[in-house]
Write a protein that binds this ligand. Structure first.
Ligand code: C5P
Length: 314
């Protein structure tokens, strides 16, 4: 069953260059269940794609190469350990074509920020190489390959607002009438390691003062349909937040700065350290952003809106 419309691009000549834009994600709800035997946690999460983007360009080449510019240039490894290279190889292997492309990443989404930047780049690579090589895969086919690359990668193929289950890789869209939510994104200095944040949550849960769980996302789904930021605000929740705060206590000041600035809600994005604040409208978002910026509690502040579409050829 196709939930998303398919691109009708089967009969076009192969392009010599494909540019794909891919958004960052936040989690409106991140409910973390028990640790599974495969080392992943069972999740109930609501992903939401926001207007902060990376770009991957794929050009014809005789080998597989990767270059980059922007945020993280010089610190991000561009070898076989990069998820972009892994994505290109996984698609080539599946489609039985040579993994030949010159890939270039223009990065704005911070590294290890809890915004799924690396997963976004992998999703963009699958879309770009699919078009470059004319593999003709459907978005569902690509999402299946995406799931082998990382838990968040299938969502970034689709975008929008979607429920993620399993380890996060099983996504289905949240159907709601079109409405745009406005966010302020506070980007920290330095990143947090996702596995470490999950391990810290496991450690906290062993202790007596185990943080309470975000529970079911039902209240959030109801609020999303009401299209009122004040109603949405109290339904946002992230089970990883206590773990991120435990590893990075200074994040409490960032969250506090957003609340003091008048944000309707303040929460850690995914495994952090990025914090996101819900605003009423674009004007309010600009106001909150200016106040958070002035509080000097993070590296940079950006405004963003969501939901936006996933990885798309531009
Ligand atoms: O799937 P991905 O490679 O992005 O996950 C990175 C790490 O985050 C995993 O190795 C695991 O430690 C942790 N994780 C988890 N449970 C999930 C997703 C991720 O424990 N559902």
């Amino acid at each position: 069953e196709a939930w998303w419309p398919e691109d009708d691009d089967k009969d076009r000549p192969l392009p010599s260059s494909v540019k794909v834009r891919v958004p960052a994600k936040i989690n409106l709800h991140l409910g973390v269940g028990p640790l599974r035997r495969d080392g992943y946690h069972e999740l109930h999460t609501v992903y939401h794609a926001i207007s902060l983007y990376d770009e991957v360009t794929a050009r014809r080449g005789d080998t597989l190469t990767l270059t980059m510019e922007g945020v993280g240039a010089g610190s991000l490894a561009l070898d076989d350990s990069n998820l972009i290279i892994k994505a290109a190889r996984a698609l080539a292997e599946s489609a039985k074509v040579p993994a030949h492309a010159r890939l270039h990443l223009r990065k704005s989404i911070p590294l290890a920020g809890g915004l799924a930047g690396g997963s976004a780049d992998a999703a963009a690579t699958l879309i770009a190489c699919d078009a470059l090589w004319g593999t003709g895969y459907s978005r569902e086919d690509l999402a299946r390959i995406a799931a082998t690359l990382g838990s968040d990668v299938p969502f970034l193929i689709h975008g929008g607002t979607a429920l993620g289950t399993g380890r996060g890789e099983a996504v289905s869209p949240v159907l709601a009438r079109a409405y745009t939510w406005h966010w302020v994104v506070a980007i920290a200095d330095g990143g947090l390691s996702t596995p470490e944040v999950y391990r810290e949550l496991d450690r906290l849960r062993l202790g007596a003062d185990a943080p309470s769980a975000a529970g079911s996302p039902d209240a959030l789904f109801t609020a999303l349909r009401q299209r009122d930021p004040a109603v949405l605000a109290p339904t946002l929740g992230n089970d990883l937040q206590p773990a991120a705060l435990s590893l990075r206590p200074a994040l409490a000041e960032t969250l506090d700065a957003g609340t003091k600035a008048g944000a309707l809600a303040a929460l850690v994005s995914g495994s952090g350290p990025t914090c996101v604040f819900l605003a009423r409208d674009p004007g309010h978002a600009a106001e909150v952003a200016a106040a958070v910026e002035a509080a000097q509690v993070c590296r940079t502040v950006q405004v963003a809106h969501g939901p936006v579409v996933g990885a798309r050829v531009i």
